[in-house]
Design a protein around this ligand. Structure first.
Ligand SMILES: NC(=O)c1ccc[n+]([C@@H]2O[C@H](COP(=O)([O-])OP(=O)(O)OC[C@H]3O[C@@H](n4cnc5c(N)ncnc54)[C@H](OP(=O)(O)O)[C@@H]3O)[C@@H](O)[C@H]2O)c1
Length: 282
């Protein structure tokens, strides 16, 4: 298939592009190649390129920044997605929109299903939910794929931060009361590649497996242990750090429907972490 991928370079696309290229023709787009908030550019680019699927990894991704730059977040995560959806409708391309666990409010006690009703707590989540609604209302052929807490070989991301702190021997304080599923970009990319080949359009959840989620605190301890760093981590509550955006206390996504559809079984988070760390050093 010919795939047009936005959001290059980025934490996700740096691993996604080579994985897609194993089986598909990929047209990677930087913001200079294609600014998704430029309606004419979006329309012309899709007309010229004629992709079968557009994978939109472009986004305003600064969760705290979105609280004070709400309009900019909506311009990229809603309006830009709106333009992409309209251009896909015109050219007959399917749109694969990457979205987030932050569309949920975190009040659930069981992992979220793709059909659970979103209720974002922060501006970033609200803008991503707006993008999802636009895609689903404008297109017959779409994938909305929510993921969470990505890490990979390019930063910034949580694993990179913990490894930096370990190297510097800096003390760490990490929250115990936010439960999520950390996700290795390679694991996500392999699953996404399978999904877009299925032709089974819809809303999906794709993260590493955590059996009900882990806290950022537990994740930080696992990272340090895996690299043999003997650094104390102070457990803290989310309320102790003053950050502009509220985060859901529980944002674990249930991925079983994606497995039912594609047969893809995401790796367990510990296997992902081990593999990621050994790829880095190997
Ligand atoms: N990171 C996570 O933990 C996480 C979790 C859940 C979902 N997601 C979603 O996954 C996707 C990829 O995330 P990521 O962490 O890989 O993002 P990232 O590293 O921040 O990369 C985002 C990319 O989008 C580009 N971009 C921004 N505005 C654009 C525009 N108007 N037109 C075209 N490109 C634009 C950025 O370019 P510049 O750098 O030049 O601005 C950058 O290349 C996003 O949709 C995000 O919401 C991420």
């Amino acid at each position: 298939m010919r795939l047009l991928v936005t959001g290059v370079p980025g934490l996700l696309t740096n691993d996604l592009i080579p994985i897609l290229e194993e089986r598909h023709e990929v047209v990677p787009c930087t913001i200079t190649d294609l600014d998704i908030t430029d309606r004419t550019a979006v329309s012309e680019r899709l007309k010229a390129c004629r992709p079968e699927v557009v994978i939109n990894c472009a986004g305003y991704t600064n969760v705290d920044g979105a609280e004070t730059h709400r309009q900019e977040a909506f311009r990229v995560n809603a309006l830009g997605v709106h333009y992409l959806a309209l251009a896909c409708r015109k050219t007959g391309a399917a749109l694969c929109q990457i979205s987030t666990d932050y569309v949920f409010d975190g009040r659930a006690s069981l992992p979220y299903q793709p059909w659970d009703v979103p209720r974002p707590l922060n501006a970033y989540g609200a803008s991503k939910w707006a993008g999802e609604c636009l895609v689903a209302s404008l297109l017959p052929d779409f994938y909305i794929v929510r993921t969470s807490s990505l890490y990979g070989k390019s930063g910034p991301n949580f694993v990179a931060t913990i490894l930096d702190k370990a190297r510097e021997g800096k003390p760490l304080s990490v929250v115990t009361d936010q439960i999520m599923s950390p996700t290795w970009t390679v694991n996500f990319s392999r699953g996404l590649s399978r999904l877009i080949e299925s032709g089974l359009f819809g809303i999906y959840h794709l993260t590493d497996q955590t059996q009900g989620g882990i806290s950022w605190y537990d994740f930080s301890r696992a990272i340090l242990q895996a690299v043999g760093a003997d650094l104390p981590v102070r457990p803290i509550a989310a309320g102790e750090i003053k950050r502009p955006a509220l985060r859901p206390a529980f944002s674990v996504l249930d991925t079983s429907y994606l497995t039912m559809v594609t047969g893809y079984e995401p790796l367990d988070w510990e296997k992902s972490l081990t593999q990621f760390l050994s790829d880095r050093t190997g």
